[in-house]
Write a protein that binds this ligand. Structure first.
Ligand code: SF4
Length: 178
């Protein structure tokens, strides 16, 4: 399968790999991580964060992490980067990428983006994670296409993968920056 590898890697590239290639090897083909990795966003902006780069790039291999190869796009997140800030930017971008013809895109995605911005700010309210989970439940399955569902997948992945970072932000700390 064709993969686009970008983010915190030495040589962002489009490469072809056999299905089932471990994520670590795919990253190595793009020159390797530029430094210690925190996670990899697998499946593009509608994908999910994966912290175990030993997992194979296949539907069955990624399923335990709640991810899938999707569009074959990998985004490497360095340890120095804040996953909440990066995810907030992505959700903000996704909220802008619709014709705003359906309720989930007109109202739901901007609300998700606003709550993600709040979550990305150290010192955020402890209620913001719960608000994001509630919004995700309201938006999922309600669009005429799956753009809102893909955005919800990413938001839910943030909440399940980066619980420590969420707790740190609520406590007013941030372990990384963009
Ligand atoms: S749900 Fe799909 S079709 Fe409806 S506004 Fe959003 S992107 Fe457009």
């Amino acid at each position: 399968m064709l993969c686009t590898v970008s983010g915190d890697v030495r040589a962002p590239d489009v490469i072809e790999v056999p299905v089932g290639t471990p994520l670590r090897e795919v990253l190595d083909l793009a020159g390797g991580p530029a430094g210690p990795l925190r996670a990899v966003l697998v499946g593009g902006y509608h994908g999910a964060w994966v912290t175990d780069v030993g997992l194979p790039l296949s539907a069955t291999g990624l399923a335990p992490a709640g991810a899938a190869p999707g569009a074959g796009v990998l985004l490497a997140l360095g340890w120095h980067q804040c996953p909440l800030e990066v995810s907030s930017r992505v959700v903000g971008y996704l909220a802008e990428q619709s014709a705003r013809q359906c309720g989930p895109c007109l109202n739901g995605l901007p609300a998700l983006a606003a709550s993600m911005r709040a979550l990305a700010t150290p010192g955020c309210s402890p209620a913001v994670g719960q608000r994001l989970a509630e919004l995700a439940g309201l938006v999922a399955g309600r669009g005429a296409c799956h753009h809102p569902d893909g955005t919800v997948r990413l938001v839910r992945s943030v909440l399940t993968t980066f619980g420590d970072e969420v707790a740190a932000h609520v406590a007013g700390r941030c372990g990384g920056h963009v």
